[in-house]
Design a protein. Structure first.
Length: 179
């Protein structure tokens, strides 16, 4: 695996190093030793999947608060997605900044989102499926979110005019303490 830091502290791109032959290819997608070596949380508590029928579907921006803060490794296994991490850690040098990556099965890329960061994505193709590896179990009492188009962050969603959201995500609040 190849680890590349993003502009956000603690947020990493994790690329597969595919080994191929006449049969196809093989690649590791997760390794506790490699995550520890890069200072990332290696705990795996839950794996989840998200299927999205329509291009433009937007989910986010979600996170969990203590004591169940979660790190996520997010990978697209079908379709294409614009994936976003948003730094909500007040002590972070990249507080209130965001980073994104296009994830597809072809590029084999994943985004590592550490504890204290919100996560969201917008599908770039119909029939897109996302796989999550998560460090803490989901608990409704710890679940939080901020509005996907909060001007405090200025996330440049590629299909903002086509955003398909559910009521829960549409009604998320703006980030507290805005100027």
């Amino acid at each position: 695996m190849k680890f590349t830091p993003t502009k956000l502290a603690g947020v990493w791109l994790v690329d597969q190093e595919r080994r191929g032959d006449e049969r196809g290819w093989f690649a590791r997608t997760w390794c506790a030793e490699e995550f520890i070596k890069h200072g990332l949380n290696p705990k795996l508590s839950q794996c989840s999947a998200s299927f999205n029928q329509r291009r433009g579907t937007l989910r986010g921006m979600h996170y969990q608060v203590a004591p169940l803060e979660e790190a996520k490794l997010v990978r697209c296994v079908r379709g294409a997605v614009f994936d976003v991490a948003l730094d909500l850690r007040p002590a972070s040098p990249t507080f209130r900044q965001w980073a994104s990556a296009d994830l597809t099965p072809d590029n084999g890329r994943a985004l590592y989102v550490p504890e204290g960061c919100a996560h969201g994505f917008q599908t770039l193709a119909d029939d897109t499926e996302i796989l999550y590896q998560i460090s803490a179990p989901w608990q409704s009492a710890s679940a939080r979110g901020v509005r996907w188009n909060d001007p405090a962050f200025g996330i440049a969603w590629p299909l903002a005019g086509e955003a398909l959201l559910n009521d829960r995500d549409r009604d998320l609040p703006d980030f507290p303490g805005q100027p």
